[in-house]
Design a protein around this ligand. Structure first.
Ligand SMILES: Nc1ncnc2c1ncn2[C@@H]1O[C@H](COP(=O)(O)OP(=O)(O)OP(=O)(O)O)[C@@H](O)[C@H]1O
Ligand SMILES: Cc1ncc(COP(=O)(O)O)c(N)n1
Length: 271
């Protein structure tokens, strides 16, 4: 059996809850071999982002090349990209290396409020990365920034999803973590049909890196050859358990529990 390989192109979170660290933990838990291209090193903990060191463009390019010339991933996700030049470089290399199953998580602002993408680069994501995306996974504020529309109701979310599909994404998932309903609902649009994934909204501060973890789980499942709906079903279960069975690490917004999914199945005697 061929081993599935997943690549994340994102920022490092020294606190271990989001970014590259959340992605690699998720790939590992879902049995996909994880690789990384680091775009920036953040000094970060559960209380916030304290410093950001962007990786020089030349070195981002050489990380991408090192992977492409040896071990090709079956699925790739992007997270924190920082600026326009980095986005252009990544879009260029994804095309050049013919990488398929691109999951674009358009990370813009950290939970604590620090900007992880310069404001002018939002339009670069729209123009260069979304047209290459198999899936784009904005949260509600990111969907508003990408479509220039306020999102209050489910109808607004559907309109935004259609606009994002018109920009070229094959599938759009607008995540509902920032919504105000009692239940949390993620909206999927595949260009034809809408599907709402509704689940319990857990009351916890430990939601640092939920978006990174969710998109990484989709990536790992696509790398294994699953289709998008199968991948989202696993990713929803993975993130729900990771939030529900939280770890209480740090004194701010703690990370999610990346091993909860596998522990749940072990507890229930399923391997
Ligand atoms: N309190 C919660 N209870 C249950 N599920 C949640 C909760 N918060 C978020 N989720 C789920 O987590 C996933 C990520 O959603 P969210 O909207 O929080 O993304 P995000 O804002 O990009 O995350 P982050 O910026 O923390 O990485 C979605 O599947 C969403 O439904
Ligand atoms: C390197 C990196 N990537 C992504 C996030 C977003 O996660 P959150 O919105 O939970 O802070 C982050 N804080 N840091």
């Amino acid at each position: 059996m061929e081993i599935s390989k997943s690549l994340t192109i994102a920022g490092s979170d020294s606190g271990g809850g989001a970014g590259i660290q959340a992605d690699l933990k998720t790939f590992q838990e879902l049995s996909s071999y994880g690789m990384s291209v680091i775009t920036a090193v953040t000094s970060q903990n559960t209380k916030g982002v304290h410093d950001v060191h962007p990786i020089p463009m030349k070195h981002i390019a050489s990380q991408l090349e090192a992977i492409a010339t040896d071990v090709n991933p079956q699925a790739v996700k992007t997270g924190m990209l920082g600026d326009m030049d980095t986005i252009h470089l990544i879009a260029d290399r994804v095309r050049q290396y013919e990488w398929k199953n691109l999951v674009v998580d358009p990370v813009m602002v950290a939970k604590g409020g620090a900007r992880l993408l310069e404001e002018q680069a939002v339009s670069t994501i729209k123009q260069t990365l979304i047209p290459l995306a198999s899936v784009v996974t904005p949260n509600i504020p990111e969907a508003e920034a990408l479509t220039d529309k306020q999102i209050k109701t489910m109808e607004d979310r559907k309109e935004a999803a259609v606009l994002l599909a018109q920009m070229g994404a094959q599938t759009v998932i607008i995540k509902g973590g920032h919504g105000t309903e009692d239940k949390v609902s993620d909206l999927l649009f595949d260009g034809e049909e809408f599907t709402i994934y509704e689940g319990e909204r857990y009351s916890t501060r430990n939601t640092h890196g939920t978006g990174c973890t969710f998109s990484a789980a989709i990536t790992a499942e696509l790398a294994k050859g699953n289709n998008i709906r199968q991948a989202v079903t696993v990713a929803k279960e993975f993130i729900e358990l990771a939030i529900k069975e939280d770890l209480h690490i740090g004194s701010g917004h703690g990370p999610t529990n990346h091993w909860a999914y596998n522990q749940y199945y072990k507890r229930n005697g399923i391997n």
